[in-house]
Design a protein around this ligand. Structure first.
Ligand SMILES: [Zn+2]
Length: 270
């Protein structure tokens, strides 16, 4: 079977990056069973020949009307699919969809009629929000990073920016490469409209990575590798914190002055 990725190297590079990240999520133990989701806005890689392709599914309702997604295309992980399988074969464990003119339906276009993740409405709502804001962000990632999820089982770390401050203070790179910190969303039912709305509010408060209490993170960035990197540096800091505690002491952390110095030196947003 021909793949839509054939002779489209720039589109293929995007899907290859999704597969690479999916492999990392599995290796890190962040993607048990079918856990986690990836959605990437691939509209800028779509050519006229792609636009002319017939759909391979009927038009299905998104469940929301998302006016900024007019003419948009996405790669989405398939519902019930495993990250470890997606890493080997992204087009058999995810699909490319286009949004219908009414901005309330989608059709699967390639390669196989793999139904997108059940989290599609919330991921698409985030993409709609990002486009409305004029954001350059095109990728969204949901995953279950063990140590970051563990933090959320304590009230203390769920307080606004308490975890951010600790994580930033473990190693300078975390502040440099996750410069907006970790937004906190209290526990809500997975897949619920409430959780999607709270996630968008947290992104709007100026976070790229949002923590869902006792569940996982939702991260956005320009591309999927960058979204992964933001989560990876945060979790690295959590591991350093745990290593210090395992050595029998509370880690000192960088001082406020040292962190302010970094903000100025690197032109960071916070
Ligand atoms: Zn999850």
């Amino acid at each position: 079977m021909h793949s839509i990725l054939e002779n489209r190297p720039s589109l293929k590079a995007q899907i290859d990056a999704v597969a690479e990240v999916a492999g990392y999520l599995w290796l890190k133990g962040w993607a048990e069973r079918n856990g986690g989701n990836i959605t990437v806005n691939i509209t800028e890689y779509v050519d006229d020949a792609m636009r002319a392709l017939p759909p391979i599914s009927e038009a299905r309702p998104i469940g929301k009307t998302l006016p900024h997604l007019d003419g948009c295309w996405f790669y989405c992980k398939g519902t019930g699919k495993r990250m470890r399988d997606l890493a080997r074969d992204p087009m058999a464990n995810g699909s490319i969809i286009r949004i219908s003119k009414d901005c309330a339906h989608y059709e699967i276009v390639a390669d196989a009629p793999v139904a997108p993740t059940s989290e599609l409405p919330s991921h698409l709502a985030v993409h709609d929000y990002l486009l409305a804001k004029g954001s350059p962000y095109r990728a969204s990632l949901h995953t279950h990073p063990i140590e970051l999820v563990a933090l959320t089982h304590s009230r203390k770390w769920m307080e606004k920016d308490v975890a951010t401050r600790m994580l930033w203070s473990m190693i300078p790179e975390t502040k440099a490469f996750c410069p907006r910190g970790l937004g906190m969303v209290p526990y809500m039912l997975p897949s619920s409209v409430e959780l999607a709305d709270a996630t968008i509010r947290a992104i709007d408060e100026d976070y790229d990575v949002v923590m869902w209490e006792k569940h996982g993170v939702f991260a956005v960035d320009t591309d999927i590798m960058s979204a992964f990197d933001q989560v990876d540096v945060l979790n690295k800091s959590a591991l350093i914190y745990i290593a210090a505690r395992d050595m029998g002491f509370e880690p000192e952390g960088m001082s406020d002055e040292q962190m302010k110095e970094m903000t100025a030196a690197f032109g960071l947003p916070k």
